[in-house]
Design a protein around this ligand. Structure first.
Ligand code: GUN
Length: 293
C-alpha cells in the first residue's frame, strides 16, 4: 500500500508556481492578483480563505480578501464583482461557497468574468471543461487528477466510483475522468446499495462530508481510494469520508486526511491564478475592442 502524499506534491507545485510568478514579473512586469469574496462568518469558510491568502502571499501572488457581512444584498455583491472584473490588476476572482440562502449562487458565479474564474465554476468554464477544451478546472478535482499523474496511475479503462455529485467536486471530477476515458459511476445520497457500486470500483473518489462512510467491507482488494472529504469530529480531530485505518490495508494506494487532497486544492488554485495572469493581456485587448465597437 502506498500513501498518496498530497502535502509534498502540493509543495512541489507551489514551488513551480513561485517560479512562474517570478518569471511573469521579470518578463511582463505582472504580479498575479487574486480577489476573494467571503460572505458571512462561517468559521470553516474563514479558515479556508485564510489558508488561500497565506499561500498566495508565499507564492508572490497579490491577494485581497473582501469580508462582507451576511446581510449584504445580491445587488451589492454583483457591484463588487463588476468592479473586480474591470480592475486589470486582479486576474482571479473567487467567491467562497456556500453563500447565504438569500443569495442566488448561480447568478453570482455567472457575473464573474470567465477569464478571471479561477474556481472554474462559471458555466462557460464548466461547459468547456466538459467538452475537454482548455478552461479553468475546479481546484479540487484538478488536484486529484494531478495526484494520479504524479503517481503514474492511469485511469483509462478503470471502473471509477465517484461518490458525491456536487457542482464543486463530484460533477467536475466525473467529467475529468470521463475525458480521461475512465468508466465512471456517480453515486449520491439517493443511491441504493452504495456498497454494490464501491465493490465494483478499481478507484473510489469520495467527497460527501460523512466521516468514515467507506468501511473495509466496501472496498475491493487492491483498489485505489481518494478521500476528498474533510470533517472535524467531536474529539476535534480532522478525518475524511473513509475509515482510513480500517481500509488502508486493502488498498494499493490511498490518500490520507489531512495531507492528501486538501493541500492540492490550494496548490491548484494558485496554478489557476497564474494561468489567469497569463491571460491578462488577452483580456485587456478584448476590452479595448469592446470599447472601440
Ligand atoms: N467551498 C468549498 N470548496 C470551495 C472551492 O473550491 N471554491 C470556493 N469558491 N468555495 C468553496
Amino acid at each position: 500500500m502506498t500513501i498518496l502524499d498530497g502535502k509534498s506534491l502540493s509543495n512541489k507545485i507551489k514551488d513551480e508556481v513561485k517560479i512562474s510568478v517570478d518569471e511573469l514579473q521579470k518578463t511582463k512586469q505582472i504580479t498575479p492578483g487574486l480577489a476573494v469574496i467571503l460572505v458571512g462568518d462561517d468559521s470553516a469558510s474563514s479558515t479556508y480563505v485564510g489558508m488561500k491568502a497565506k499561500a498566495c502571499k508565499k507564492a508572490g501572488i497579490y491577494s485581497v480578501v473582501h469580508e462582507i457581512p451576511e446581510t449584504i444584498s445580491q445587488g451589492e455583491i454583483l457591484d463588487i464583482i463588476q468592479r473586480m472584473n474591470e480592475n486589470p490588476s486582479l486576474d482571479g476572482i473567487l467567491v467562497q461557497l456556500p453563500l447565504p440562502q438569500h443569495i442566488d449562487t448561480t447568478l453570482i458565479l455567472e457575473a464573474i468574468h470567465p477569464l478571471k474564474d479561477v474556481d472554474g465554476f462559471h458555466p462557460y468554464n464548466v461547459g468547456r471543461m466538459t467538452l475537454n477544451l482548455d478552461s479553468f478546472v475546479p481546484a479540487t478535482p484538478y488536484g486529484v487528477m494531478r495526484i494520479f499523474e504524479e503517481y503514474k496511475i492511469d485511469v483509462k479503462g478503470k471502473n471509477i466510483c465517484v461518490i458525491g455529485s456536487s457542482d464543486i467536486v463530484g460533477k467536475p471530477m466525473a467529467s475529468l475522468l470521463v475525458n480521461a476515458k475512465a468508466t465512471v459511476n456517480v453515486c449520491n445520497s439517493s443511491t441504493k446499495s452504495l456498497k454494490t457500486h464501491t465493490l465494483d470500483a478499481d478507484i473510489i473518489c469520495i467527497g460527501v462530508g460523512v466521516p468514515f462512510l467507506i468501511k473495509e467491507d466496501m472496498v475491493k482488494d487492491g483498489a485505489i481510494v481518494i478521500d476528498i472529504g474533510i470533517n472535524r469530529i467531536q474529539s476535534g480531530k480532522l478525518v475524511g469520508d473513509v475509515d482510513f485505518e480500517a481500509v488502508k490495508s486493502k488498498c494499493s494506494y490511498i490518500t490520507p486526511v489531512p495531507g492528501g487532497v486538501g493541500p492540492m486544492t490550494i496548490a491548484m488554485l494558485l496554478k489557476n491564478t497564474v494561468k489567469a495572469a497569463n491571460l491578462r493581456e488577452t483580456r485587456e485587448k478584448h476590452k479595448q475592442k469592446e470599447t472601440i465597437c
